[in-house]
Design a protein around this ligand. Structure first.
Ligand SMILES: NC(=O)c1ccc[n+]([C@@H]2O[C@H](COP(=O)([O-])OP(=O)(O)OC[C@H]3O[C@@H](n4cnc5c(N)ncnc54)[C@H](OP(=O)(O)O)[C@@H]3O)[C@@H](O)[C@H]2O)c1
Length: 331
């Protein structure tokens, strides 16, 4: 693919550090804000990127066939929509969009124009996540699922001191569910699909969830998904069935350290096939699908993103967290 990148922040820098693994990808351009132009020029020099843009429309008229958006959450919808309308494939960072209504617009636009549209979320592309799926039947009837991902954010210290950075800003579609618990939602929805009901209980400060517990009721079993940016603890995922359990001693954005223990004493430790960086596997898959024109698989992943976005939107709204971006931009 001929890739153009938008943003020059943390995730774009991480992506650039692994881009050498993509053998069928040429990075042509970087689009940044005027205030970050010097930083973007330094990145372009380091990674041999030929063109810098500070105007998004001009960037969209350039040669890239695929754009990667590493932007704050509230810009995901409009930037993706404009890129699709310009005939580009889009890889947009997680979380897909602030609301399900926006996600449906993007999905329709991509399908009508036969364009690739991916949510860059590491969870479901991890090599050993597939093995977790394969092991599920051995656990018998699933009864309980628990996923916890807590990571104390340095930005929370600044939030407590009155400074609101995008990760904690309702105007930027921030918060613990959007930022961190979303990985648990991907993990669970990727295994079990859409639940029958969704309940979100959040610690809310100044209109945003700094941590929270999301309960997904699948009728015959329950999932409790915990996400926090205001405290820390060891992170794990656990699936319990009436014939045994599976435990993963890592958060849901990677899939490492998985072990299954059955009631009859049988055990399996899943061999770790993960790459040296969590983002490599997702981008290798995007590259492969685009290279081979595999829209069908892309749209299966897109349906999964819609399911996650539906859960996230319902959860937030039930907790009273409504973003300005989801109201004004969905029209
Ligand atoms: N950080 C992580 O570990 C991580 C992991 C996975 C996914 N993500 C996702 O990646 C996205 C970005 O997160 P981040 O951590 O990289 O944030 P970040 O460090 O704040 O970077 C955001 C970037 O977007 C740029 N930007 C803002 N408005 C723009 C505009 N109108 N046009 C062009 N560029 C613009 C910012 O430029 P200025 O600095 O000039 O405003 C900055 O370079 C989020 O959706 C997040 O959920 C992040």
């Amino acid at each position: 693919m001929k890739l153009g990148i938008v943003g020059s922040g943390i995730i774009v820098k991480e992506f650039l550090s692994i881009a050498r693994h993509l053998k069928h990808t040429m990075i042509l351009s970087l689009c940044c804000t005027k205030r970050s132009e010097d930083e973007a020029r330094a990145l372009a020099k380091e990674y041999l990127i030929g063109q810098i843009f500070t105007d998004y429309e001009e960037f969209l008229r350039s040669e890239a066939d695929t754009v990667y958006l590493g932007l704050p959450n509230h810009l995901h919808f409009t930037y993706t929509y404009r890129a699709l309308m310009a005939g580009k494939n889009v890889i947009v960072e997680k979380p897909f969009t602030p609301s399900i209504e926006q996600a449906l617009v993007l999905s329709r636009t991509a399908r009508e124009n036969r364009l690739f549209l991916f949510e860059a979320v590491t969870t479901i592309y991890q090599p050993d996540y597939r093995r977790v799926k394969e092991l599920l039947p051995a656990l018998g009837s699933i009864r309980l699922v628990q996923c916890s991902y807590s990571q104390y954010s340095r930005r929370y210290d600044r939030f407590k001191n009155g400074e609101v950075l995008p990760a904690f800003d309702p105007a930027c579609a921030g918060g613990a569910l959007m930022d961190i618990n979303i990985y648990n939602v991907h993990y669970t929805a990727g295994l079990f699909g859409m639940p029958e009901s969704v309940h979100y209980f959040a610690n809310i400060e100044r209109g945003i969830d700094t941590s929270g517990v999301l309960l997904l009721d699948y009728g015959s079993f329950l999932c409790s998904l915990t996400g926090a940016k205001d405290c820390s603890a060891p992170n794990s995922c656990m699936i319990q069935g009436d014939k045994g359990y599976l435990i993963q001693n890592s958060p849901a954005n990677i899939c490492k350290g998985v072990r299954m223990v059955l009631n009859d004493g049988a055990e399996e430790t899943v061999v770790d096939h993960s790459y040296s960086h969590r983002m490599i596997s997702e981008f290798l898959d995007f590259e492969k699908m685009i290279f081979s024109g595999d829209l069908e698989t892309c749209y299966r992943y897109l349906d999964h993103s819609l399911c996650v976005c539906r859960i996230q939107t319902e959860a937030r709204r039930m907790a009273g967290i409504v973003f300005p971006a989801e109201v004004e931009e969905a029209q």
